[in-house]
Write a protein that binds this ligand. Structure first.
Ligand SMILES: Cc1cc2nc3c(=O)[nH]c(=O)nc-3n(C[C@H](O)[C@H](O)[C@H](O)COP(=O)(O)O)c2cc1C
Length: 349
């Protein structure tokens, strides 16, 4: 069995010390108030995560759009106007109580939202306006005390569609060449860097594949990372659109992409997410990446990292059954193993 020495070693990003190499990947908690503000149950959730000795805690995706009807769901958090800052500060403060880094994930639902739309139908000015919403959201995250943001360019949401070669049919400056496909995220990164300063962390979450057939397309990923890195991104977390369809026994879903990126960018901070839930897959990830990101393992056991560190377990109890996606509808439960937060039961029952 491999050692976890690297996993529990510190790392510095933009002058901020990170206590270990674990990232809690963004997980939409479905606990927000209907008006898009942070609920008490959410603060409780981040308190529970904070106890778990996680280096970096990324929030669930928050909608950058000022109009709540374009969120991903009716309880998704909004970071789309200044009235949200006060309650968001409670999440950042809670995460900092435990000396973890607080990162706000900023996102625009687009094709998967409550009111889905196709970005190909938008004018150039409307695309630029969406970019501005991301920038304003990052400024709010900073005001709320977050150490940085993660721009959501993965899974099924707007920006991942924009950078997907097969989904982007635009003929203006936001479509066509690889440079044009990544233009909107690049503009967002450059503007956030200029508005939020040099000590503000900017991460991106990218799909390993940016075509629909997902074959032989790593050259696109390399170009995207190269452009975003030059624009001011500090860390890329590599995911994929098919994580919820993987076999239960599959592991390290996107390790190939990390290997390709590591060879091309030896010093650029990288994290891998998807199918990592035991000591062996964590060690394997850290042979190539700087960080390991966990989603479902921390959903079922928010103290999993502590348990690893103290040798209580070497394997998460997560079955990768994906029932968590359905169970969210039953309010307080989060996992087939039952409610992970007693307080949530109190809140919702
Ligand atoms: C219930 C649930 C909600 C999620 N919400 C988000 C989200 O808000 N933003 C995001 O980037 N990924 C989200 N994800 C994906 C996770 O961050 C992660 O990429 C995925 O679960 C694969 O990692 P894992 O195998 O460690 O679970 C979500 C996953 C689950 C299970």
């Amino acid at each position: 069995m491999k050692s976890l020495e690297k996993a529990f070693s510190p790392f510095s990003l933009r002058g901020k010390e990170i206590k270990n190499r674990f990232i809690r990947s963004a997980v939409n908690d479905h606990l927000g108030n209907p008006d898009g503000t942070v609920s008490d149950a959410e603060i409780e959730l981040y308190d529970t995560l904070g106890h778990g000795d996680i280096g970096v805690i990324i929030t669930g995706h928050m909608s950058v759009c000022p109009d709540l009807q374009y969120r991903a769901d009716i309880v998704q958090l909004s970071i789309g106007d200044d009235s949200k800052i006060e309650r968001l500060k409670k999440i950042a403060d809670k995460i900092h109580e435990y000396s973890s880094l607080a990162i706000a994930q900023i996102s625009m639902a687009g094709p998967k939202g409550l009111n889905p739309f196709d970005f190909n139908d938008l004018s150039t000015e409307e695309m630029t306006e969406i970019g501005n919403w991301f920038v304003e959201a990052a400024v709010r995250a900073r005001k709320a005390g977050f150490d940085g943001v993660q721009i959501h360019i993965a899974h099924w949401y707007l920006l991942q569609a924009v950078v997907n070669v097969d989904l982007n049919h635009r003929t203006d400056k936001y479509g066509g060449s690889i440079e044009n496909l990544i233009r909107l995220p690049r503009e967002i990164v450059e503007a956030i860097r200029s508005r939020c300063g040099n000590d503000f962390i900017i991460m991106v979450k990218l799909n390993a594949h940016n075509t629909l057939n997902a074959v032989d397309d790593y050259d696109i990923l390399i170009q995207y990372v190269d452009i975003l890195k030059k624009a001011g991104v500090d860390l890329a977390e590599i995911s994929g659109a098919d994580f919820a369809r993987k076999d239960r026994n599959a592991k390290l879903y996107y390790l190939d992409a990390i290997e390709v990126l590591r060879n091309r960018f030896p010093d650029f901070p990288l994290s891998l997410v998807g199918g990592i839930s035991d000591k062996e897959s964590i060690s394997k990830t850290l042979e190539k990446a700087d960080f390991v990101s966990l989603g479902r393992a921390l959903l079922t056991q928010p103290d999993f990292i502590d348990m690893l560190k103290t040798g209580v377990t070497e394997k998460s109890r997560c079955l990768h059954c994906n029932k968590c996606f359905e169970i969210f509808a039953t309010k307080y439960k989060r996992c087939v193993f039952g409610p992970v937060l007693p307080k949530l039961e109190e809140t919702f029952s």
